[in-house]
Ligand binder design. Structure first.
Ligand SMILES: Cc1cc2nc3c(=O)[nH]c(=O)nc-3n(C[C@H](O)[C@H](O)[C@H](O)COP(=O)(O)OP(=O)(O)OC[C@H]3O[C@@H](n4cnc5c(N)ncnc54)[C@H](O)[C@@H]3O)c2cc1C
Length: 405
């Protein structure tokens, strides 16, 4: 099998990269180990996703699914609440995002990618790669999981969009320790969630638990709601012997959740994930690039995962298209620095969230408007917007804001 570009994985990163390349006339083979639809975590998008989906030609297909509009992120700590409304960001930034059940969302994207000509193949697991040192050719060894047949596929470039599979980081020894501490999430989907009325129905709720955990509440338009707690493992162990017991004990001990979820019933098996933070020593090399969760993943707290996956895969795809049509591309200028910057802004937000500084800043009621707007824009995923002081210097701006308050 031959194609101009081999894309590993048909999650959001893979479908966006594939669509951009196919629409530019390149042949794309997208190899996906799983079958769709399948459950995936990562259900709350940021407004920035809409820009990238539109550019990749995928937004119309997504809109046709009528997902829940997400106008804001609401943070709750005891009696205090603070709402960051995406309509109040910088000019030109999208006023809302979407809450998406990922089984449906990922399938929608991959089906549309196929309509653009991407050769998406399911149950095809990439096991090994061979890269020509001059970057002119890549070969991947694949197992067809349906028949167990093994074969090779060849391309001129490989984009790794394998997410948690981390194909190239494992095969090329790119794994690098994450600077974030280990945390665990336990979650489920429920029905019977008593939601706020009006447009605020679609807000993501982030409830800060008195014992240091936090809970996400993500309402879908299909009547179901995703709910999950993130904490250090010891706190779950303190709250119950099983994941189910620990999850429901933690949920019941937060009055904000208790009020909203008093009639809610789980409709999905309680699930646990942990040890998700990961990083890479390099984002690209001759003939290859890593994107999305296959490159770096921080933490679920600001719902940055899919946005960064789309940001990196669309950027990589556009560079690959230029390179394969004969242009000289300097990946060390056009790919690595913006990706490091985008991840870096969120990393500072994540670190200062867990050390308590950001939680205090968020919950402070008298933030100057210009700072609230800038924070909201980061929460909207606009982490490459140089007009934002948090993008230019996240940590310095946070310390200044703290002094000011
Ligand atoms: C607890 C938790 C909560 C989260 N909540 C959010 C949230 O609310 N919002 C958000 O934006 N993000 C969230 N995330 C992050 C989100 O899950 C990821 O960032 C996102 O799914 C990354 O997309 P991707 O396309 O890079 O990878 P994925 O979605 O992981 O897709 C990768 C695809 O590659 C395939 N694959 C893997 N290995 C191989 C192989 N060897 N060969 C072929 N195919 C392969 C997989 O089957 C998969 O379909 C959360 C993460 C966690 C841990």
């Amino acid at each position: 099998m031959k194609a101009d570009v081999i894309v590993v994985g048909a999650g959001p990163a893979g479908s966006v990269a594939g669509s951009i390349l196919a629409r530019k006339g390149l042949s794309v083979l997208c190899l996906e180990a799983g079958t769709f639809p399948r459950f995936q975590i990562g259900e709350s998008l940021l407004p920035r996703c809409n820009d990238i989906l539109e550019e990749a030609g995928l937004l119309e297909a997504v809109h046709s699914r009528h997902y829940m509009p997400k106008p804001a992120a609401l943070f709750l700590r005891g009696e205090k609440t603070e709402r960051f409304c995406f309509a109040e960001m910088f000019p030109g930034q999208r006023p809302a995002a979407m809450q998406v059940p990922r089984a449906d969302f990922d399938q929608t994207l991959s089906t549309q990618a196929r309509k653009y000509g991407v050769d998406v193949r399911f149950q095809q697991r990439v096991d090994a790669v061979e890269l020509a040192p001059d970057g002119s050719q890549v070969k991947v060894s694949v197992t067809d999981l349906e028949t167990n047949a093994k074969y090779t596929a060849e391309g001129r470039f490989l984009i790794d969009c394998s997410g948690y599979g981390r194909v190239l980081p494992k095969l090329l020894n790119l794994e690098s320790p994450s600077q974030l501490g280990p945390r665990m999430a336990v979650f489920t989907h429920v029905e019977g969630d008593q939601r706020p009325e009006g447009p605020a129905e679609g807000d993501i709720w982030v409830c800060i638990h008195p014992e240091g955990a936090w809970t996400w509440i993500i309402p879908f338009s299909n009547g179901r709601t995703s709910i999950g707690v993130v904490a250090e493992r010891a706190l779950f162990e303190k709250h119950g012997k099983t994941d189910h017991e620990a999850l429901h004990s933690l949920l019941k001990s937060d009055p904000n959740i208790q009020k909203r979820m008093s009639k809610a019933v789980p409709v999905m098996k309680t699930t646990r994930l942990e040890g998700w933070s990961a990083a890479v020593s390099r984002f690209h090399g001759p003939g290859w690039a890593v994107t999305g969760n296959a490159s770096e993943f921080l933490d679920p707290i600001f719902s940055s995962g899919v946005t960064l996956a789309l940001e990196s895969s669309s950027r990589a795809a556009k560079l690959v298209a230029r390179q394969l049509t004969g242009e000289k591309v300097d990946w060390d200028v056009e790919y690595t620095p913006p990706m490091k910057r985008a991840v870096g802004v969120f990393r500072t937000f994540v670190q200062t969230w867990y050390d308590g500084l950001l939680q205090n800043v968020f919950m402070h009621q008298n933030k100057p408007d210009r700072f609230k707007r800038a924070i909201t824009s980061v929460l909207g995923g606009y982490v490459l917007d140089e007009q934002n002081p948090f993008v230019r210097d996240a940590e310095g701006t946070l310390r200044n804001l703290q002094k000011l308050m």
